[in-house]
Design a protein around this ligand. Structure first.
Ligand code: PXL
Length: 287
């Protein structure tokens, strides 16, 4: 069988597990060839560290893609994460150049959390990001990003199932077939994932035990796990469960190690063994 290939487009934050330092190991561990376009190189991510260097790679993005002309440039998935404002139209052009009828586009509009935009982003950026989302098959915003892209107020944890279902539907109305909302809790002590499939008009929600706390970089682990599941043949709800489990195991590892410096990101590395086992067991049962 041909090996699946995923292109992921996001920054390298040299220290602090997120973006490419998460996507590359996670998707590779899932048995998928992972081609990258680094959009910027930062000394570290911008959430929790006091300052950072930022080397913008925007000018290199399209020339990199041009060099692949005539080579193996079919991608089973293109997955984008954290992008600078000037990069959104460039990445949109990458979609136009590289997408074929079998390419799944996943846009993680990584730009905000807990009701606030990340440093350097504003609400105008959220509108541009919504345009990129309109070209995607799947989007995986957190509730802050969802609210900002939909032009709504962020309402914190004050939501019910009706609001989440409505949000997912409105996200899908932007363009994607699937809207996936992780970290959703309808019940004290539980957290889970809501998925909406526009084509089938199907909603799904599942949850597991919640481990209290704020853990940095989990959105990137979730998106990487999701694309890994989909490219290994899982449907959206099964892939969401795989991704959720990976995040859960990574948080468990961090908590067990008493790692309180969460801005370094969670310990996904010791969780990769279980992640691979879960994929292998799915493949064995679905041969
Ligand atoms: O995890 C998302 C992310 C990616 N890249 C950079 C970031 C963040 C979140 O803060 O700062 C540079």
């Amino acid at each position: 069988m041909d090996q699946k290939r995923c292109l992921t487009i996001q920054d390298i934050s040299c220290m602090g597990r997120c973006s490419l330092t998460v996507a590359l190991p996670v998707i590779s561990a899932a048995g998928i060839e992972t081609v990258i376009i680094p959009t910027a190189v930062l000394s570290n991510h911008t959430a929790g560290f006091k300052s950072w260097t930022f080397r913008d790679m925007t000018e290199d993005i399209l020339p990199i893609v041009d060099k692949w002309n005539g080579y193996r440039n079919h991608f089973d998935a293109i997955y984008t994460g954290y992008l600078a404002a000037s990069q959104v139209p460039v990445v949109s052009e990458v979609f136009d150049r590289l997408k074929d009828e079998n390419t799944l586009i996943l846009v993680d509009p990584a730009m905000a959390d807990s009701g606030k935009m990340y440093p350097g982003f504003d609400l105008a950026f959220a509108r541009r990001m919504a345009e990129l989302v309109s070209k995607a098959d799947i989007t995986v915003p957190n509730l802050t990003e969802a609210a900002f892209m939909l032009g709504e107020e962020y309402r914190g944890h004050d939501y019910d199932r009706k609001y989440i279902a409505e949000t997912a539907r409105r996200l899908a109305d932007l363009g994607p077939r699937y809207a996936v909302l992780s970290g959703i809790s309808f019940e004290e002590g539980k957290v889970g994932v809501f998925t909406y499939d526009k084509k089938e008009a199907k909603e799904n929600y599942f949850c597991t035990e919640n481990i209290p706390g704020y853990f940095h970089g989990t959105g990137d682990i979730f998106a990487s796990g999701l694309v890994s599941g989909l490219l290994n043949g899982m449907d959206i709800t099964r892939a969401a469960r795989l991704a959720h489990n990976l995040v859960h195991y990574a948080i468990q590892e961090s908590v067990a190690a008493n790692d309180s410096e969460v801005f370094y990101g969670v310990r996904f590395e010791p969780a990769l063994g279980k992640f691979i086992e879960e994929i292998n067991s799915f493949k064995k049962n679905n041969r």
